[in-house]
Design a protein around this ligand. Structure first.
Ligand code: URA
Length: 219
């Protein structure tokens, strides 16, 4: 595993359950239905760390026994999957954060230039001043993630209110994200070795979108 000490905004959540499920997810022969389930489960587990700094306020609560003090989220969170693979991770996030609104940013990678091409931005009107969780399972070059966060900032989001969540990250992606947005926290399940010539993460898990939706070409 790569050295994480160079990246102060990075949190690698190495919980045994996450390690176990991520190993199954990485396997080349994991079928689509199981891949989808595992991504959702890891997404739910990562959400606990990714939402650790959500602001809360004190409220009164009346139990069947007596009144006491409780807490509630101060602001409605916004979850923003980067299409398409981010949808699989967002399913897991929303399974434990049903309070959130959801925005969508569609970016694909031009296979020749490897640059992000935006094809969809659909966000709620009030993006500013609320906690935002941007989700994309693969933080490879960082181009799509940096692009998505740039879109959110142009819509009023504050970088310090944004958490970027991924399953597998490459040092290049972490470096690009940290350089562009030092105050964006990155929560991931693994920091891998690097990228291959096609900008796939090594060892990674292949194309997350194709594996999630069964669109892998059989050669
Ligand atoms: N996107 C993927 O789906 N997989 C990678 O390894 C890199 C980017």
């Amino acid at each position: 595993m790569a050295d994480t000490s160079a990246y102060p905004s990075l949190i690698v959540v190495d919980h045994p359950l996450i390690r176990h499920k991520l190993t199954l997810l990485r396997r080349h022969d994991t079928p689509t239905s199981m891949f989808r389930m595992l991504m959702k489960e890891i997404g739910a587990l990562l959400t606990l760390e990714a939402t650790r700094t959500l602001p809360v306020e004190v409220v009164g609560v009346k139990t069947p026994v007596c009144g006491t003090q409780g807490w509630q989220l101060s602001e409605k969170p916004l979850v923003v999957p980067i299409l398409r693979a981010g949808l699989g991770l967002a399913d897991g996030v929303l399974s434990v954060l049903s309070e959130a609104d959801v925005g969508h940013i569609g970016v694909y990678r031009d296979e020749e230039t490897l640059h992000p091409v935006e094809y969809l931005v659909r966000l709620p009107p009030n993006v500013g001043g609320r906690p935002i969780l941007v989700v994309d399972p693969m933080l490879a070059t960082g181009c799509s993630g940096v692009h998505a966060i740039d879109v959110l900032i142009r819509h009023g989001a504050r970088p310090e209110s944004i958490v970027f969540m991924s399953l597998v990250s490459a040092p290049d992606g972490i470096a690009a994200m940290s350089l562009a947005f030092p105050s964006v926290r990155i929560v991931t399940a693994a920091l891998d070795e690097g990228l291959n010539a096609q900008a796939y993460i090594v060892p990674g898990l292949g194309d997350a979108g194709d594996r999630l939706y069964g669109t892998l070409e059989i050669t």
